[in-house]
Design a protein around this ligand. Structure first.
Ligand code: C2E
Ligand code: CA
Ligand code: CA
Length: 731
């Protein structure tokens, strides 16, 4: 049992509780009378369907304004009456209704909520009214912006966002920005709505603007007088601005990427709606911005070299295409392409390791960059290859001078950690001309010129021209074909007899390689031996030649019953420096059954100069076996007499250029004479190469040159033809 006092106390308490709500609340009992009305009900100044004069003890009908003008208001009241009756009759538990009241600036949205509650044992109804205008506004703003921007992504999203923001919030300006990297805090607009249209995007410094606070992470609302608060922000005066609301764009890890702001020519007194809306769209904008950055990064990565950050081949080719288009429109817009290839990069990379190799590439790219203008493009094409596009050149010397300066700068040592490294670069240059029809072709031309620069001894530059192209194409084709030549048995040995000049007897032969090319016919060794040397194929080829020549000689020694016949075999540097070189040679002699002293290896001066100690050792070993060593092409190198004395050789082969001048009466006669004399004094035999005329032969005989070879006796012949020749030759 509750005492009357207790009841009184409960009533007072519930009244006090009710008064704490800002919502307007009234309670109606089961007999339809009002038992409580809270303070907000009585004092609320917003015009609505509620009758503020209703008092406790009245019938609930008095809660409503009865003199409403609009039919919709009347139908609202009818619904409420019906619902209250139903709740009191236990036919329903609650009821909700939303309506608009008033017009113009006094128009508001309300929601009325009826809820049954059980007090003692009789049901009562609580009537609660809340003004939901802001909520409704926000909802419609959100809906209009969300609908307006839903389909858009990337830049399109930013544009549609600022547009719909100004529409929905009734402001004049809206902008979304991204932060720029750099020392001075700056942003760039991604989209900017300026009164009636999109404005040009622009960059601005943050100092002395409200945006600075926003970019520091604080949402800001300046309801009025923005020009006075930020007098140094010239834009506000230009915009005739009064108020400002801005929020930061934060990514998932809380980093500020940019900001979203609205500016109005009118005050924005209560900025809560604007702030709430901006915040909601700021997170979408941040996500878009982040996505845009990832996309941009992907595009950047696809077009740049990750090590040096330079444009890669693909981007370079784009720039080149662009320059070519410009040149075609106006032939004064000349440009040049430089193709750079480091000369010893592989050696450095292999000896110091990839980390230092990478470091060198980065340092080199920086060094080159220092010689370029802003408009020039330096790209890394891959490995140790770089390319430069120089625009707007006047003449070729603009390009060649740049090449010279780069070459000079790359010759200076590089300090990589504790290592001091030297490198140099070969450069090919192609200039825009009327025949340059594609970027690829231009780059290839520069590459060809670079190839030529390398072939001519590296650390130099070459300009592209058309003959160069033909040469390189032929050479490349030959290189491809040559790879299969040995396997397909296309390499043949020809033999040229070497004659004893005193008695015209055949002393021996020189084996000379020929390539029976399926299309080109017979290819001379001058065209493929250097190729074989470069590719390393000379090693396999060399052993094959040696073995073949040894077999052949052994056969002739037997068939002509003349074991004194010898075979001269040309030897390359690469073969000489092979590991187990002497062992392999011994094996060949054993399998062919040839005596070591039947073999004469022909070596050149340059081979002796290059690699003295190791080479000397090998040569001594060969001689110890009994193999004879001939110094080929003598006279074309630099050997001094005293140097010759120290060499482990048996004979000199006088280069044919001296022999061929023997029938002319000039000083060459003296040179050959001097060579023969000198050789005699050193105990060396002399073999004269390239004897073509009787006159030359007579001169050589006069000089008491011991051996000779040349077309006068026979040109190099295939073994079958040589056999026939031998049969006819009286020896
Ligand atoms: P080389 O060793 O000085 O060979 C002599 C060259 O002179 C040969 O050219 C030969 O055909 C040519 N010759 C011979 N008699 C006369 C003549 O009376 N007049 C003229 N004008 N030339 C004559 P070939 O065969 O074209 O060889 C060129 C070079 O290729 C050789 O010069 C040699 O250095 C290299 N070579 C040839 N075969 C081989 C080989 O099997 N291995 C290596 N490593 N090099 C080879
Ligand atoms: Ca030779
Ligand atoms: Ca020679």
């Amino acid at each position: 049992m509750r005492s009357p006092n207790q009841f009184q106390f409960d009533l007072k308490l519930s009244q006090a509780v009710l008064n704490t709500f800002s919502t307007q609340i009234a309670i109606v009992d089961r007999t339809g009378y009002i038992t409580a009305i809270n303070q907000p009900w009585k004092t609320n100044r917003e015009l609505s369907l509620l009758n503020r004069d209703a008092v406790v003890g009245d019938s609930y009908f008095s809660l409503w304004l009865k003199n409403v003008a609009k039919d919709s208001d009347r139908s609202c009241i009818n619904s409420l009456d019906r619902a209250i009756a139903e709740i009191l009759n236990r036919q329903r538990n609650d009821f909700k209704l939303e309506y608009v009241y008033g017009n113009g600036s006094n128009k508001n949205w309300f929601s009325i909520h009826l809820e049954k509650f059980q007090d003692a044992d009789s049901p009562k109804v609580m009537i609660a009214q809340t003004k939901i205008t802001e909520y409704k506004q926000m909802e419609s703003c959100l809906r209009s912006i969300a609908e307006g921007t839903a389909a858009a992504t990337g830049n399109e999203f930013f544009y549609s966002l600022v547009y719909h923001l100004t529409r929905a919030l009734g402001v004049n300006y809206a902008l979304v920005t991204e932060c720029l990297r750099g020392d001075i805090p700056m942003v760039r607009t991604l989209a900017f709505w300026c009164k009636d249209d999109f404005g040009q995007n622009y960059e601005y410094k943050l100092a002395h603007t409200p945006c600075q606070r926003v970019i520091n992470g604080l949402p800001c609302h300046y309801p009025r007088n923005i020009q006075k608060i930020f007098p140094q922000d010239a834009d506000f005066a230009k915009f005739n601005a009064e108020s400002y609301v801005g929020v930061p764009l934060l990514n998932s890890s809380g980093q500020v990427l940019g900001h979203l702001a609205i500016i109005s020519e009118n005050p924005i007194e209560d900025g809560s709606l604007e702030l709430a809306i901006l915040k909601i769209f700021a997170s979408r904008a941040a996500a878009e911005l982040e996505r845009k950055r990832v996309e941009e990064q992907l595009i950047h990565d696809a077009l740049h070299d990750s090590l040096t950050g330079l444009p890669n081949r693909s981007l370079f080719s784009d720039h080149l295409t662009h320059a070519l288009k410009k040149y075609r429109r106006n032939s004064n817009d000349k440009f040049a392409v430089l193709f750079l290839d480091l000369d010893r990069f592989k050696v450095i990379n292999d000896s110091l390791g990839h980390t230092f190799g990478d470091l060198l590439l980065v340092t080199i790219s920086q060094r080159i960059q220092a010689y370029l203008r802003e408009s020039d493009i330096l790209a890394r094409l891959g490995g140790d290859e770089f390319a430069i596009l120089i625009d707007d050149i006047e003449c070729i010397s603009n390009a060649t001078r740049l090449a010279e300066r780069i070459q000079a700068s790359l010759k200076l040592p590089f300090c990589l950690g504790t290592h001091e490294v030297f490198t140099s670069v070969s450069i090919g240059i192609a200039i825009s001309d009327s025949s340059s029809d594609s970027a690829e072709k231009l780059l290839r031309n520069a590459d060809i010129a670079m190839y030529k620069a390398k072939a001519l001894g590296k650390t130099r530059y070459e300009l592209f021209n058309d003959t160069l192209h033909v040469q390189v194409v032929n050479r490349l084709q030959l290189e491809t074909d040559f790879r299969r030549a040995l396997d397909r048995g296309e390499i043949k040995l020809y033999y040229q007899p070497i004659i004893s000049l005193s008695d015209n007897k055949v002393k021996g032969f020189e084996a000379l390689a020929r390539w029976q090319h399926p299309q080109k016919g017979l290819v001379c060794p001058g065209d493929f031996i250097p190729l074989a040397e470069e590719t390393g194929a000379i090693v396999t080829l060399g052993w094959w030649i040696l073995q073949e020549a040894c077999y052949q000689l052994r056969e002739w020694q037997v068939s002509f019953n003349n074991p004194a016949l010898t075979m001269g075999v040309n030897f390359s540097q690469k073969q000489l420096s092979q590991p187990f070189m002497t062992e392999s040679l011994v094996q060949i002699l054993e399998t062919t059954g040839l005596a070591a002293d039947s073999l004469r290896l022909e070596i050149t001066e340059s081979m002796l100069m290059d690699n003295t100690e190791a080479t000397m050792k090998t040569l001594e070993q060969l001689r110890a076996l009994g193999v004879q060593l001939d110094l080929d092409d003598f006279g074309t190198g630099y050997s001094s007499l005293s140097y010759l004395r120290s060499l482990p050789i048996d004979a000199l082969k006088i280069d044919r250029s001296f022999v061929q001048n023997l029938d002319r009466k000039d000083k060459n006669n003296k040179i050959v004479e001097a060579i023969v004399m000198m050789a005699k004094s050193l105990g060396l035999k002399v073999i004269a190469e390239g004897i073509e005329t009787e006159k030359q032969l007579a001169a050589l005989r006069g000089l008491q040159c011991v051996y000779g070879q040349g077309y006068l006796f026979s040109c190099p012949l295939h073994h079958q033809s040589l056999k026939l020749w031998l049969d006819r030759w009286n020896y």
